[in-house]
Design a protein around this ligand. Structure first.
Ligand code: PMP
Length: 287
């Protein structure tokens, strides 16, 4: 059975899911996206992702194509129609398809935004064995644009970063600017030192991770100490633990940075505990 995809109001088999070659998402990367994970056929932190989508759209003067309630229904319908138990819903909204290529934004009254959503089945997402081994990261220079707080589909450099990591025999890359780690190619970065959880403060330099917000809330509720500040690769290499968070990886331990093993080279207890708390708590509020 073919996957059912949502395209501009219709649910269609993936082979019939099509958009115009003039779509500004395709021509200009003029679009934003969200990835919401699904566990037990329920949406994890839908409210957080919907709120960030609204913010991304408004920062780019792009009209919201549907209400938050309608979006929840679309996501639920995709889960149901695709019998999705564990995986993700990918959502993309672009500034639509004018009838020609032009740098100027089209009039939103004439050109509606394009909305596409599809499911990705990932059985074993929560029980990922990699979380018990940890990942290796390399550092690369952060050469992205200055509005990383907007979740745009300009993912070429993060994609190149993953390839650089792969070529170096690692799993992912952490990006560095002015001597400090900004974030991972598709995740927020953390270190743990002396029991303190350290992660970069929010600004336009990083994406405001929905998982980051939840993790910091759960950590504080569990009386853990959180310090929101930037850190260098050297400090990370000397930390007791490191990890990253994202909607699809949840909490993933990091055991090696630029070839330097962290502590005993095994995932640390803080990352393991936070992963457990995150999965438990977010399952409780899943919708
Ligand atoms: N930073 C970047 C650059 C990302 O692409 C992502 C994942 N989309 C994150 C952080 C983590 O955000 P979230 O927890 O909302 O998935």
């Amino acid at each position: 059975m073919s996957r059912i995809v949502y395209v501009n109001g219709d649910y269609v088999p993936e082979e019939d899911a099509k958009i115009s070659v003039f779509d500004r998402g395709f021509l200009m990367a003029d679009g934003v996206y969200e990835v919401t994970s699904v566990l037990d056929s329920k949406l994890i932190d839908f409210a957080g992702h919907a709120a960030r989508l609204e913010r991304s759209l408004s920062e780019l003067d792009m009209a919201a194509p549907v209400t938050t309630d309608a979006l929840r229904e679309i996501f639920r319908e995709l889960v149901a129609r695709n019998n999705l138990v564990e995986g993700m819903i990918y959502l993309q909204v672009t500034r639509g398809a004018p009838n020609d290529r032009d740098f100027a934004f089209p009039d939103p009254d004439e050109v509606p935004s394009t909305i596409v959503a599809f499911s990705q089945s990932k059985p074993g997402l929560a029980d990922n064995p990699v979380a018990k081994i940890g990942q290796k990261v390399i550092s690369i220079e952060d050469i992205r644009w200055g509005r990383r707080d907007i979740k745009t589909v300009q993912l070429l450099y993060p994609s190149m970063g993953k390839m650089m990591a792969k070529a170096a025999g690692a799993d992912d890359a952490w990006m560095v600017e002015d001597g400090h780690v900004t974030e991972g190619t598709s995740n927020n970065a953390y270190i743990v030192k002396g029991g303190k959880i350290i992660t970069r403060q929010l600004s336009t330099d990083i994406l405001h991770g929905i998982t980051r917000a939840a993790i910091l809330r759960f950590a504080r509720e569990s009386q853990m100490v959180v310090e929101e500040r930037s850190f260098s690769i050297e400090e990370a290499q000397n930390a007791d633990e490191a990890f990253f968070t994202s909607a699809s990886a949840f909490v993933m331990p990091v055991v090696e940075i630029d070839g330097v093993q962290l502590a005993d080279g095994k995932p640390g207890p803080v990352a393991a505990r936070l992963r457990e708390i995150y999965l438990d708590e977010s399952r409780k509020t899943a919708e």
